[in-house]
Design a protein around this ligand. Structure first.
Ligand code: SF4
Ligand code: SF4
Length: 417
């Protein structure tokens, strides 16, 4: 075949071949596109699965967290209940102890004057656990929570008459006193070295008494501590104070305490650290009972017979044990009913129970008319009067049990008034 027909036939063949190639290419394209789609589908499925896993894991995680939170809640609730029960138990134990004290330590003999010295000594021996003596008047500080802030104890130092001091020791010796003899009140007992001699004398007269003192620690050194021990002191409370005007700051008090402990160089252990309330260390020194502590007087101070601005709004209804089992003797021989009142403050003058001299008997002072009157005024759960009206010192819990335990003596006291 020649000519145009042949040319045409050739052209058709070329076109057919091209079409075939296009078809093939199209087919290949479709194939790869299908592959791609299928791959994409696979990825999407994979992704979906992954996503589900994540969601599932997340839900499982959330469930675990939820369970933990619920367990925590349940435990917290249990804890609250246990703490509540524990507090309630503690309160019950305190009430039981206090009921025992109210029923046994407040006795009718305490409420009447007694002028027989032997009977008076007998009652003293059965009742008094602590005699506090101020062998001189000086204190170097004027702490804001102490009456010394407004009543001078810094410009002079008055010593207790030595004969009077020896007479007190002799009286205590006559009943083989084995309670506490504390060198405290409103002086700083370590400010005058005469304290060492006074302790030595007490040790000679009273081998069985527990000799003790409270100090602000300003004069205390390790050497002094040994001297006090050798003289016979066996109990020491070292108070950690900031400056006279400063209010309690927990960390500041703690740091000061640690510095003092470091300076003293004795072993110690921190036994209490209650934020903004109390920090205390037990000092390990020979067989002496030594405590060092700082307390927040804004929270646990006493208004000291209305002379210090602490808890002024408090109304006392609780009975008070102080004039029953303690005796407080000021540097001038005045005997006071408790640690919170003192003979050198005008508004406390009428609290003086007696003024001792070297011929007095501390036993007759303990049972004299004023002592008995003080005790009558502090029995029962009614509102207290005078310097006691806002005092929060060593209170008894008002409860049916404590009232019951105190019922009989309260009735006796009322009948005597
Ligand atoms: S609290 Fe102690 S150290 Fe302070 S002024 Fe009173 S007696 Fe002195
Ligand atoms: S109630 Fe307070 S002020 Fe009154 S005697 Fe007792 S401790 Fe002292």
């Amino acid at each position: 075949m020649k000519g145009p027909k042949a040319k045409f036939s050739n052209f058709v063949s070329i076109v057919d071949t091209s079409l075939e190639k296009v078809g093939l290419a199209r087919h290949a394209l479709l194939k790869s596109s299908e592959c791609l789609v299928s791959e994409m589908k696979g990825s999407i499925t994979e992704l979906k699965k992954l996503n589900e896993d994540v969601v599932r894991d997340n839900t499982a995680y959330k469930n675990v967290v939820k369970n933990h939170e619920e367990t925590i809640k349940i435990n917290q609730e249990k804890n609250r209940n246990i703490s509540g029960e524990l507090e309630e138990l503690k309160r019950k134990v305190t009430i039981l102890k206090q009921s025992h004290v109210l029923a046994t330590e407040f006795r009718s003999e305490h409420l009447v004057e007694m002028d027989d010295e032997k009977a008076a000594r007998d009652l003293f021996v059965r009742s008094v656990e602590m005699v506090e003596v101020e062998v001189f008047s000086y204190c170097n500080r004027v702490c804001w929570f102490c009456p010394n802030a407004t009543h001078d104890r810094r410009t002079a130092n008055h010593h207790m008459d030595h004969d009077l001091y020896i007479k007190i020791l002799k009286d205590l010796k006559s009943c083989n006193y084995s309670g506490m003899l504390s060198y405290s009140r409103y002086n700083e007992p370590l400010a005058d070295r005469i304290i060492v001699e006074r302790i030595r004398e007490a040790r000679d007269y009273l081998p069985n008494a527990f000799l003790h003192l409270n100090t602000n620690g300003d004069y205390l050194t390790t050497k002094y501590l040994h001297e006090l021990y050798d003289a016979g002191l066996r109990g020491l409370n070292i108070q950690v104070y900031l400056n006279n005007e400063e209010r309690f700051e927990h960390e500041k008090v703690k740091n000061r305490m640690l510095l003092k402990l470091d300076k003293l160089g004795t072993d110690y252990e921190i036994v209490r650290d209650t934020k903004n309330l109390w920090i205390e260390a037990k000092i390990l020194f020979r067989d002496m009972k030594v405590r060092m502590y700082g307390r927040n007087f804004e929270k646990n101070g006493v208004d000291r017979g209305g002379t210090v601005e602490v808890e002024a709004s408090h109304v006392r209804t609780s009975p008070c044990r102080s004039p029953f089992n303690h005796m407080y003797i000021d540097y001038n021989g005045s005997v006071m009913p408790c640690c919170n009142v003192r003979s050198d403050i005008p508004q406390h003058k009428n609290c003086i129970i007696d003024k001792l001299n070297p011929t007095s008997s501390i036993f007759l002072t303990y049972t004299n008319r004023l002592s008995a009157r003080w005790r009558r005024g502090l029995v029962g759960f009614e509102e207290k009067k005078g310097v006691c009206e806002s005092c929060n010192f060593a209170e008894f819990i008002d409860s049916p049990e404590t009232r019951k335990a105190h019922e009989e003596i309260s009735a006796i006291s009322k009948a005597l008034e």
